[in-house]
Ligand binder design. Structure first.
Ligand code: NDP
Ligand code: MG
Length: 396
């Protein structure tokens, strides 16, 4: 085995993908980039390939693959271009890859996450939707494949950093966990005015710079709803032992409340390179590129409850976790469709919540006890078709 960590960055052209490459560039002695992937942003992927010369580049939207090949050939870049969603699984399972950064957005990331888990990789999980959809099946693949699952989502990284390495001690140590949320751009908006907000307003996050889908999720607090579900699986906690609180400064990234009521928290500037560097180096620590906290200029660290009228989506997480198996996959698929329609200007901001709540209410998850990935994907597709029709009716 090479002494360097051989890394595949899935979703390398996105916000997490580019931050990952930024951290990797600071540590050429310990990280080698073996594979990159993009869906359709050709120029960004080509530029990354020229810089990193990975063995493989995956273009999941196959219609762009020949253009990537043409440009790389023109530049004399030796990277081999693979195409289609299946190629993501191939690079995730490649025996010459040690670690996979799962930074594709949405349930589209599930098959490659499972491939990395089953082949025992270090799996750096940013793609929370995969875990929300895959749930128990995902965690079983991690256990059976002997993978090392390290959360990249800042809240889950914070919890992970506060817990000891030995997972078997977690259940007896932890009373509950508290996920912090910034409250997004609409924390103080009059709930009645939320119907009319635009995609650009929803994407203008006050503390984090992120892709557009997760930015909308932060504005609705569906991001926190997905994170509650993510935490349920990552830390094996009952839903009632997971709480969420608004912390507008985004300095305390989350907290563990121990059995004795001692509270452990992880703090830092809001910069995703911190959890990424932690995941890449674990159990060591390496430089991330993030700036340090200016302690004396911190005016206050405040915490407030999420208002159900403004953020009704948040509360769907506990509802889905108590529902039949497959409910969280229903919620995720509905939300992906709704956010896509909202970003395209076809439905209103509060319609996102309405479609999500209706999907949970009306769609029977119908899954066997231990579903295969194809059955999860079939459910995901069924929900997308249904919610797509409901969304069409809203715009008709
Ligand atoms: P971006 O939208 O910035 O990037 C998404 C990446 O996935 C891009 O490389 C994109 O390619 C690729 N992609 C898009 N659609 C598909 C598809 N159907 N199949 C395969 N690849 C696809 O997202 P983010 O980086 O913001 O988020 C990535 C994941 O990380 C999400 O699950 C998000 O919830 C999670 N996360 C993000 C955080 C952040 O700070 N951004 C924080 C915590 C979690 P292309 O560029 O060609 O479109
Ligand atoms: Mg997060």
């Amino acid at each position: 085995m090479s002494s360097k960590l051989r890394l595949a960055v899935l979703g390398s052209t996105g916000s997490i993908g580019t931050s990952t490459l930024d951290v990797a560039a600071r540590h050429p002695e310990r990280i080698e980039v073996r594979a990159l992937s993009a869906h359709s942003r050709v120029d960004e992927l080509v530029a990354q390939c020229i810089k990193w010369k990975p063995r493989h580049a995956v273009v999941t939207d196959a219609s762009h693959a020949s253009e990537v090949r043409r440009q790389l050939k023109e530049q004399g870049c030796p990277t081999q271009v693979l195409e289609g969603p299946q190629a993501l699984c191939e690079v995730a399972a490649d025996p010459e890859v040690d670690a996979v950064m799962a930074a594709v957005v949405g349930a589209a990331g599930l098959p490659s996450c499972l491939a990395a888990a089953r082949t025992g990789k270090r799996l750096l999980l940013a793609n929370k939707e995969a875990l929300v959809v895959g749930g128990a099946v995902f965690m079983q693949a991690v256990r059976q494949g002997g993978a090392t699952l390290i959360p990249i989502d800042s809240e889950h990284s914070a919890i992970f950093q506060c817990l000891p390495e030995d997972r078997s001690t977690w259940a007896r140590r932890v009373d509950h966990i508290i996920l912090t949320a910034s409250g997004g751009p609409f924390r103080q908006r009059d709930p009645a005015s939320l119907e009319a907000v635009t995609p650009d307003e929803a994407c203008a996050h006050p503390t984090w710079v992120m892709g557009r889908k997760i930015s909308v999720d932060s504005a609705t607090m569906m991001n926190k709803a997905l994170e509650v579900i993510e935490a349920r699986w990552l830390f094996d906690l009952e839903p009632e032992r997971i709480k969420a609180v608004i912390h507008p400064q985004s300095i305390v990234h989350s907290m563990v409340v121990c059995r004795d009521q001692s509270v452990l928290a992880q703090l830092g500037t809001p910069d995703m390179r911190v959890p990424i560097a932690y995941g890449l180096a674990w159990p060591e620590r390496i430089e991330s590129g993030a700036s340090g906290l200016e302690w004396t200029s911190l005016k206050a660290l405040t915490f407030e409850e999420a208002d159900e009228r403004r953020f009704p989506g948040l509360f769907l997480s506990w509802h889905a976790l108590k529902g039949p198996l497959g409910s969280t996959a229903v919620l995720n698929a509905a939300n992906e469709v709704a956010v896509e329609r909202f970003l395209a200007g076809r439905i209103g901001f509060m319609d996102i919540y309405r479609l999500n709540a209706r999907a949970l209410e009306a769609i029977d998850p119908q899954l066997p006890i231990s579903p295969a990935v194809d059955e999860l994907i079939a459910l995901d597709q069924r929900v997308r078709a249904c919610v797509g029709q409901w969304a069409d009716a809203l715009t008709a």
